[in-house]
Design a protein around this ligand. Structure first.
Ligand SMILES: Cc1ncc(COP(=O)(O)O)c(C=O)c1O
Length: 385
């Protein structure tokens, strides 16, 4: 069966060009970049090249990049590393809609005695910047706010936030895992101190990411051990992953325009048709400030999981809530924070597209979705027909 993959915020296909680039680094060029011999040394050159490719996409210096094992490690490092570097400060500010890679860390720190402020969002998933400004005080060690939400695609005004936080002399971290490669970003013109990126969200392999650390930002290492990454992150480098991430970032820079034209066009077509053709459907999230690839729609009075199963029968992959929270029947914490009614939050589906999707796939899904929704509505105990 043909697979129609609309779950790109969960993970993406590795680009063919990336796969070609990394193949030699498993069985031929498998040396350790820390080795003294030439065989290992040549790997170090490739890692340097990857660092430059990533820096070019982000508009930063190659030396400001630390390789990690992905978004989760980057987020953990940013928060824990900052707290360790400024031990006299005990307050963390974040938002209620962060990914668990941030939120779970913050809640654990709260258990350990830190003060954690989780900023609320409005019905469209937008932050109140005045609330943020009022919360920053002398005890604040770090503000961590995501660039774009993985479930709704809502993009926060991160540059304005970074400027505000910098003005108060506090470290600012952003989890940009969902934003990089989808919307433009230039760190050379930004006040962001720390930024997380994950390879598998932009057509590189899983298990690799980076933490951008702006020159001069105080950060203690989180992973302790060897001297890799100039002592900033111990552990033998994931060489194929890093080289793949470099190539993926080079491709992302080339394809950014396509993400904001073709991918957006397909997303809009899918979204408009569903809202029009499926009764009782509503869009979740700020329509005007969103990633170009993501739509999150609630189908009232039906279970998202039931929709997913029926989509799956047609080979269509989507997600209800985020991949990490699906599996539990709890409605998503993001939709709950936005005040989406229970009956709608339960029936929410996220479609997240990529440059590999086609109009044919979108048209097929547009054709199937009303059938699925109508069938499940007929079965719903909550709706009298
Ligand atoms: C916003 C966000 N942050 C962090 C992560 C975690 O990244 P990784 O899977 O690379 O650990 C994800 C993954 O879904 C994400 O969407």
């Amino acid at each position: 069966m043909l697979i129609i993959y609309f779950d790109n915020n969960a993970t993406t296909k590795v680009a063919e060009e990336v796969l070609e680039e990394i193949k030699p680094f498993f069985c031929e060029l498998y040396g350790n970049p820390s080795s003294m011999h030439t065989f290992g040394g040549q790997i170090g050159i490739k890692i340097r090249q990857a660092r430059e490719q990533i820096a070019a996409l982000l508009g930063c210096e190659p030396s400001e990049i630390i390789f990690t094992a992905g978004g989760t490690e980057s987020d953990n490092t940013a928060i824990m590393g900052t707290l360790a570097a400024v031990p006299n400060k005990r307050k963390i500010i974040t938002s209620r809609v962060e990914h668990p890679a941030v939120l779970t860390v913050c809640r654990e720190l709260e258990n350990r005695g830190y003060t954690v402020v989780e900023l609320s969002v409005d019905k469209q998933g937008r932050l109140d910047l005045t609330e943020l400004e009022n919360q920053i005080d002398d005890d604040t060690a770090v503000v961590t706010i995501m660039y774009a939400n993985n479930e709704t695609g809502v993009v926060f005004p991160i540059e304005r936030i970074a400027e505000m936080v910098a003005g108060k002399g506090v470290v600012f971290h952003t989890d940009a895992v969902q934003a990089i490669g989808k919307i433009p970003l230039n760190l050379s013109e930004s006040n962001i101190d720390l930024l997380s990126l994950s390879g598998h969200k932009l057509h590189a392999p899983k298990g690799v990411g980076i933490l951008y650390v702006r020159k001069g930002t105080r950060l203690s290492p989180y992973m302790l051990g060897g001297h890799q990454e100039a002592g900033r992150r111990a552990g033998t480098e994931n060489v194929p992953g890093i080289i793949g991430l470099g190539k993926a970032c080079e491709l992302a820079a080339k394809n950014l325009e396509e993400e904001n034209s073709k991918v957006k066009y397909l997303r809009d077509k899918l979204e408009d048709a569903m809202l029009q053709n499926c009764p009782g459907s509503r869009l979740n999230g700020d329509k005007d400030n969103r990633l170009p690839n993501t739509t999150n729609i609630s189908f009232e009075y039906i279970e998202g999981e039931a929709i997913l199963l029926m989509l799956d029968k047609h080979g269509i992959c989507a997600s209800s809530g985020s991949a990490c929270t699906s599996g539990s029947l709890e409605p998503s914490h993001v939709l709950r924070a936005m005040g989406v009614p229970f009956t709608a939050a339960h029936g929410s589906i996220r479609f997240s597209l990529s440059r590999y999707n086609t109009e044919k796939e979108v048209d097929y899904t547009i054709e199937k979705m009303p059938e699925i929704v109508n069938k499940l509505r007929e079965l719903s105990p909550f709706v009298s027909t």
